[in-house]
Structure formats: structure tokens, C-alpha cells
Ligand binder design. Structure first.
Ligand SMILES: [Zn+2]
Length: 260
């Protein structure tokens, strides 16, 4: 089982990166993708991935919350990073009109620029979309035929939005959000609609600790070693065998990010 969304550069993991990765391996995680959210963290993500050969890879990009930081220099930094073997996708990029930490026009500009970069470099993209599906789809659509793959990570949209994402050919990343008995119910019901070869799983650690674990972990910090819980719950709600799902999401991640 492969975790496609780990924010290992978070300060919450600063004291014990290596132990976090070790615990994940011991829990049966087969690989992980470390998320880059701005130029500096994308560099840190690549460094961290380099320390765990054949187990960790990373993305290089600018999260919509950081869209105001985008510049030509950022593009150069990401272009250099993308030459490293650990860096296998451009992102996290996209739009977030939920928290609105950057102006909408800046978000769209940085998103479009990163899609152009991914197309130029022939790399897949790791996408973020919160409460802005219509604009997200409008910016993304012209680039799709030029990209080798795309995943909308931490999907939390409506059924219509899911169907639109699938029609666009996107893969769908599901986090422990789906384990939330309040806001995850609608998503839980949509799980069987996702074709097996388009489904990816992720913890989005240290965020989104699954709320339905018994006993509850003593720390609120989510970790990639908790991915087996998400696999177990998603398998149950899709009516699949847990081991088969774990193998499938590993294959899907390796195919999408072209890992050897
Ligand atoms: Zn995100």
C-alpha cells in the first residue's frame, strides 16, 4: 500500500522523520510520496526522499495557499528540482477557495504556470482543489492532453464533481477524511464509483487523523503508519478484499508516478 500524500516537511515531523518512515515500513506501507508545497519545502521534500531510496519520492510545486510566492525564480527552482530522480510529479498545485489564503487571480496564475511546467517537462501533476471545481476544471482542461497523468489529491467534492474529474481522466486520491462520521459520509457513498485503476490512497499526514480509530491514538498527529486503517475502511466500503486493495493502490501509484 502506497501513501501518495505525506507532508513530511511539516515542522510536526522535524523531531523524528526517520522514525516516522520506519514505523510506516513496519506497518506495511510500500512507498510514499512527500508533498512539496512551496519552493523551499519542495527542496526539503527532495532531500528527505533522497535519504530513503526506493521508498520515498517527492513532488515539487507551490500549493494554492502559497500562490502569492510564485515567480519566475520559483519556476527555475522547480525545473532544477524536477531533474532529480526522486522528484516524480509537479505539485501540490491547484486552487483553494475554501481558505482563500491567496487572491484568486494569483492562485489561477500559479496553477496555470505549474501545469505549463509539467507539460514542458512531461511530468504528472499532484492536484489540490477545494470548493472551486468549476474554475479548477477550466484552468486544467486545456493542459490535460499534454500531461502524462494527474491525481486530484484529498478529493472531498460532490458526486457531480467526482464524475467530472473521472470524465477528465483524473485519478482520485482518498484520505482519512472519508473516515469522518460527520463530513465524510457523502464521500464514503461515492467510493464504489471510482474505478479500481484510478484510486489512490493517502494519509495527508500530519493532517486528517482518521476519526474512527479504536482505540484513538494518543497524539493528534497523523502518520503514514496509519495508512493500513484507511485501506481497511475503504476496502470495507468498496466491498473489496483489503490485501487486493493494498496491492492495487500500490500498482496505481507506481504507474501514475512512473516509479521503477
Ligand atoms: Zn491539498
Amino acid at each position: 500500500m502506497f501513501d501518495i500524500g505525506v507532508n513530511l516537511t511539516s515542522t510536526q515531523f522535524a523531531p523524528d522523520h526517520d522514525k516516522v518512515v520506519k514505523r510506516a515500513r513496519e506497518a506495511g506501507v510500500t512507498g510514499m510520496l512527500i508533498t512539496g508545497t512551496n519552493a523551499l519545502e519542495s527542496q526539503q521534500a527532495q532531500w528527505l526522499a533522497e535519504r530513503q531510496p526506493d521508498f520515498c519520492w517527492s513532488t515539487a510545486g507551490v500549493h494554492p495557499h502559497h500562490a502569492s510566492e510564485w515567480s519566475n525564480e520559483t519556476a527555475s527552482t522547480l525545473r532544477c528540482l524536477a531533474e532529480r530522480p526522486q522528484v516524480v510529479a509537479i505539485g501540490e498545485c491547484g486552487l483553494d477557495f475554501n481558505r482563500n489564503l491567496a487572491a484568486h487571480d494569483q492562485q489561477e496564475y500559479a496553477f496555470d504556470a505549474q501545469l505549463a511546467l509539467a507539460a514542458e517537462l512531461n511530468m504528472p501533476v499532484f492536484l489540490h482543489c477545494r470548493e472551486v471545481h468549476y474554475r479548477f476544471a477550466a484552468v486544467l482542461a486545456p493542459w490535460l492532453s499534454k500531461l502524462p497523468g494527474a491525481v486530484v489529491h484529498c478529493f472531498t467534492g460532490t458526486r457531480d464533481e467526482l464524475e467530472a474529474c473521472l470524465a477528465m481522466g483524473l485519478s482520485i486520491g482518498i484520505t482519512g477524511w472519508v473516515c469522518d462520521e460527520r463530513r465524510g459520509m457523502a464521500l464514503r457513498e461515492m467510493l464504489p464509483l471510482i474505478p479500481a485503476d484510478r484510486l489512490l490512497l493517502e494519509t495527508d499526514a500530519p493532517y486528517l487523523l482518521p476519526r474512527d480509530m479504536h482505540p484513538r491514538p494518543t497524539s493528534r498527529r497523523n502518520e503514514p503508519c496509519l495508512l493500513p486503517h484507511i485501506v481497511q475502511q475503504v476496502a470495507k466500503w468498496r466491498g473489496e478484499e483489503q490485501d487486493a486493495l493494498a496491492a492495487q493502490v500500490d500498482r496505481n501509484a507506481r504507474a501514475l508516478f512512473r516509479l521503477v
